[in-house]
Design a protein around this ligand. Structure first.
Ligand code: ADP
Ligand code: MG
Length: 288
């Protein structure tokens, strides 16, 4: 896996409108904790096969949105559908069946420190109680190799691993049930730039090989630019834009200006094919 300076773009970005299938539909979502409003009539679609990144200020509700999509948190009102089903309306067994169709890699809750690498990866398969253990071990080994680790790492304990390896093992566990959909919450947070680049290359490769739909929360602009087909921006309790980066940066909003127009952002954006740089402040939407 080489690290190309010129990032290769996926041949198929977001599908053309006519061929889109929504894997996730969020409609008029309201989420409050007591009097604190997190989401206020938020709408979002995720299309099959795309990498959609969610950005927004700290505390803007990115993680809470993800937790509602995967049924770990209940919306105050509104509707969420994943593969056509509303996680909040399913019985536990039905929700579990739905959960088996996606993989989760949350920033916290990485690995079980008392379990070896291979046992961490095998855990979702063991919980299914459907396969004999020798098959489970073989499947877990394959996942270990899929994320660029080797059988030599299988018996290591999480405390023996580098930050980058921990992320890979967590990813292998998220992929254990061969999901169609992958959720990543700040997957490159805490990694040094090289480990971060390697991880991004891995996600890109897996996405291509496995045809995954990926929903990713990230602060990191390089990760964002390298992987996203579309970016959803969370601000003012809503999704204020959901579009490819060159279109998002044209939206006139304080968060977007601050996030995408800094010097570091402009450097990261140079990696885009149609470099979305700013000769002058962006025009408000609709203006030529
Ligand atoms: N279980 C909870 N109870 C009360 N407030 C919460 C809870 N979970 C999150 N919040 C609040 O909701 C807001 C959004 O949080 P979060 O989604 O974690 O933000 P971020 O965009 O940084 O991921 C924050 O103000 C946070 O304090
Ligand atoms: Mg968060």
């Amino acid at each position: 896996m080489s690290a190309p300076t010129e990032p290769e773009r996926e041949p198929a970005a977001s599908p053309a409108p006519a061929r889109r299938t929504a894997v996730i539909e969020v409609r008029e979502l309201v989420k409050r904790f007591g009097k604190a409003v997190v989401h206020d009539h938020l709408n979002l679609d995720v299309w099959r096969g795309e990498v959609l990144s969610i950005v927004g200020g700290s505390g803007s509700g990115k993680t809470v949105l993800l937790r509602q999509i995967v049924g770990l948190e209940r919306p105050t009102s509104g509707c969420i559908k994943v593969f056509g089903e509303d996680p909040a309306k399913l019985r536990p067994a039905q929700l579990q069946a739905l959960r088996n169709r996606w993989g989760l890699q949350f920033q916290r809750g990485a690995l079980f420190s008392a379990l070896s690498v291979i046992d961490n990866i095998a855990l979702p398969l063991r919980e299914l109680r459907a396969l004999p253990d020798n098959l489970i071990c073989r499947a877990a080994l394959l996942k270990l190799q899929l994320v660029g680790l080797s059988a030599r790492d299988a018996d290591k304990m999480p405390s023996d691993l580098s930050g980058g390896m921990i992320k890979r093992v967590a990813l292998a566990r998220a992929l254990a049930l061969e999901p169609e959909l992958l959720f990543l919450d700040e997957p490159t947070a805490g990694l040094d730039p090289m480990a971060s680049d390697d991880y991004v290359a891995l996600i890109r490769e897996l996405r291509r090989e496995l045809g995954l739909t990926v929903v990713m929360i990230t602060h990191d602009l390089d990760t964002l630019v390298a992987l996203s087909d579309r970016v959803a921006v969370l601000a003012d309790h809503k999704v204020i834009a959901a579009a490819p980066i060159p279109d998002v940066v044209k939206v006139d909003h304080p968060f977007i200006r601050e996030y995408f127009l800094g010097e570091r952002a402009q450097r990261a954006l140079l990696a885009l094919p149609q470099a979305a740089r700013f000769p002058q402040p962006a025009a408000p939407p609709g203006e030529a």
